[in-house]
Design a protein. Structure first.
Length: 106
């Protein structure tokens, strides 16, 4: 996988995290503005992630691994949540699955 694809996946994951966080904030604070902002951000994520010219199953399979890593790190270091060992173990399995998809037959 080339560097450009990795950068696109990281950008897409940050957009997806930001969109989810905005919608969550809007729902909890009953703010339609935050919900709409989150929806627009999630639409941007869809445009960005699909700019990688791979088969859809491979694209999303590998992207899920990147998203999972950034999600857990975001929860741990930005939201300061305690991440249990079972989550780290599950994350390792997701990353392993993404690697299998990535190195599999094209």
């Amino acid at each position: 996988m080339n560097v450009v694809a990795w950068l696109i996946f990281v950008a897409a994951a940050l957009l997806e995290l930001g969109g989810d966080a905005a919608i969550r904030r809007g729902l909890r604070g009953r703010s339609g503005v935050w919900i709409l902002l989150g929806c627009a951000t999630l639409a941007s994520y869809g445009l960005v992630v699909n700019s990688v010219k791979w088969d859809f199953s491979r694209l999303i399979g590998v992207y899920v691994g990147v998203f999972a890593v950034l999600s857990v790190l975001f929860g741990r270091f930005v939201l300061l949540e305690e991440v249990p060992a079972t989550t780290w173990g599950g994350l390792a399995l997701i990353v392993l699955g993404g690697l299998v998809i990535q190195i599999g037959r094209h």
